[in-house]
Write a protein that binds this ligand. Structure first.
Ligand code: GRF
Length: 193
């Protein structure tokens, strides 16, 4: 990954909701040993928990309307470039970024997905793994490529599915693992230089 290290690198997190992964990335960024600092939070929605968290912790945040996707992405790109952002972490961001956007930040956009990719790309992963009687699920941090949930895998972790599991219950356990995995994956790509 062509990211200059040395000083902490400016990073942006994109969210659309709860923001538990945002919180874990923020806590990691605050550590002395971390290689990132969380400069910007971008969201496509107002009044979400993640934005409240950003405001409370005085992280610069911007809510962008996606009514016009092209315009929205251009606005975000300009803002990120102006702030010298070098790493974008998607954390529950519910919009699919265009090829053009992804190209502008080649190998600098990562995402967390609540399944063991390449299995169960897309939405409603927990419902689907339970319905298919899988023994394990888990989560994956991967680079974002032009194809949905298909970029190079950085790290993944398994979670055992219990007989009594319902989607909500499994989601909760996977999320706890996600929150630990995301900072580890960031650490890993930044030590790849
Ligand atoms: C997580 O399950 C993540 O894997 C998925 O969206 C959810 C976001 O959760 N992409 P949170 O907003 O970080 O709590």
């Amino acid at each position: 990954m062509e990211i200059s290290t040395g000083k902490k690198i400016p990073c942006a997190v994109f969210i659309s909701g709860r923001g538990s992964n945002l919180k874990s990335i923020f806590n990691y960024s605050k550590k002395k040993s971390s290689k990132i600092y969380l400069k910007i939070v971008i969201s496509d929605r107002h009044k979400i928990k993640g934005i409240r968290f950003a405001k409370k912790n005085k992280i610069t945040n911007k809510v962008i309307s996606f009514k016009n996707k092209k315009k929205a992405e251009q606005q975000i790109l300009d803002f990120l470039k102006k702030n010298n952002i070098q790493l974008i972490c998607l954390a529950g961001f519910m919009r699919i970024l265009s090829k053009n956007f992804i190209k502008s930040f080649k190998n600098k956009i990562i995402n967390i997905h609540p399944s063991l990719l390449p299995k169960y790309k897309g939405l409603n992963t927990h419902e689907r793994v339970i319905k298919n009687k899988e023994k394990f699920s888990g989560c994956t941090v991967h680079f974002v490529s032009e194809k949905l949930d298909s970029g190079k895998i950085i790290m993944q972790q398994k979670v055992k599915i219990l007989k009594s599991d319902k989607p909500k219950k499994l989601e909760k356990r996977v999320l706890t693992v996600e929150n630990k995995l995301y900072p580890k994956a960031i650490k890993k790509i930044l030590s790849m230089n």
